[in-house]
Design a protein. Structure first.
Lengths: 258, 258
């Protein structure tokens, strides 16, 4: 059973301020909590139904977490999900460690002020699908520990390293010849990229304003998704997926040819 | 000013039952209402702020609609949007006319039970971007006049014809040699489609269950989006965009070559 204090604290973590103060965030729902238990992330405590505990005994034991058994109704009452009939974990925010930059091997996604938590979560899932292990966010981008981001990422937050820093400063650390591809409504068609790079940065602007003027100066190539109809734009996550798909296709083709 | 009765009726239209009974649905927000006014869709009435009315006088006069001036606060109180500081229109549902099938010229999107209104709206926007004018939905798919669908489509509902029918019966009406490409997690890679068709049906399954068994038998080719990382799946809208992008790229290439 959940105590009043436990319930109060779990609900407090719906808000950014409490997450910051405690260095903890929520992971909710059966599938993603099971994935979390199997990962190396540090779990503070686990709130789960008897059914969940029965199904995942082995993983729970292995993870050695503080376990609180509760009902589905109790879980739903403290969850951000409309219904949560399985599990909720309190997870420690990892120390923000900057991985050594690996632009020679792979793509990095750089996000210039993505506001919508659902979009950020979706972008993490897409990065994970396309094997992009690193997402660098401008300070104005949504907070990765927002429950909406975690839920929309469908577990991909476990595998994609997310950091926050001014993107101008981030670009300064990159080798001078790093390709910085900026997504624009007008640019080179990604269907016909000539001499496409096989690593670098994919820069996406905010939903409303696009890439900021300051960062536009750093873009080495403006790329665009060809339109065949009348829609004015694509959602930023959708656009990211189409861009990643083309870049990965081109670099795979290249490795076949060489 | 909005009368109590007007406000009550607008709020009633948040629900499917009232929409069905009245044959009306809501279109909300400045940009999409402006697009609507410029279209040939039949508008029952328009609720707008003095600022909106001033900015779009010409379009409003041309459309010849019943106009109710109200404040942004009044609009927000009857809107499904968190804030609506401009306009809301009541629009007549068009008669469900089945366009003559045009599979020889273009792609049709077939949706097998897409549940989430946000996903359906997103799919309409993607269809519109890729010049797909027709979306055929199984009866279990979300209702296109749900305000969340209309909002997520960003005006694309105005340009993409949506119909509802059992997909088996729909496939029976197609010419025998029509390509029906089904999106699966395992299938032919869309990066290396051999002899890719330049028209036909793209069939997408529901978020949770994928393509139903009955319809799987009708699929002429199973296609898949190659994965490069560890995410288990992509969102259905994201998947649709990547598939459309590849098919359009291939048919454009073909028309260059021939």
């Amino acid at each position: 059973m959940l105590s009043k204090n436990q319930a109060k604290n779990l609900r407090a973590l719906h808000r950014k301020k409490a997450r910051r103060e405690q260095g903890l965030f929520l992971v909710e729902g059966e599938k993603v909590v099971a994935e979390l238990l199997a990962s190396s992330w540090q779990i503070d405590s686990l709130y789960a139904t008897p059914e969940f505990i029965g199904a995942y005994q082995g993983l729970i034991k292995q993870a050695g977490v503080v376990l609180v058994e509760c009902s589905a109704a109790e879980l739903t009452a403290v969850s951000t999900l409309v219904s949560n009939s399985a599990a909720l974990a309190l997870v420690k925010m990892p120390e923000p460690t900057l991985k050594p930059l690996d632009t020679e091997q792979a793509w990095i996604l750089a996000l210039d002020g993505i506001n919508d938590p659902g979009n950020l979560g979706s972008l993490l899932r897409i990065a994970d699908w396309y094997g992009i292990g690193q997402v660098v966010c401008s300070p104005m981008t949504a907070e990765v520990y927002n429950p909406k981001v975690i839920t929309a990422s469908k577990g991909s937050f476990l595998r994609v390293a997310v950091s926050y820093q001014p993107l101008g400063a981030f670009f300064n650390q990159l080798p001078a010849n790093t390709a910085i591809l900026g997504a624009y409504l007008e640019g080179e068609s990604i269907h016909q990229l000539k001499a496409s790079p096989s690593s670098g940065v994919i820069l996406l602007g905010s939903e409303a304003q696009g890439i900021s003027q300051e960062l536009a100066l750093r873009v080495t190539r403006k790329i665009t998704i060809p339109a065949f109809g009348a829609a004015e734009s694509l959602n930023v996550g959708v656009a990211a997926a189409v861009i990643c798909d083309n870049l990965k296709r081109l670099s795979t083709l290249k490795s076949y040819q060489s």
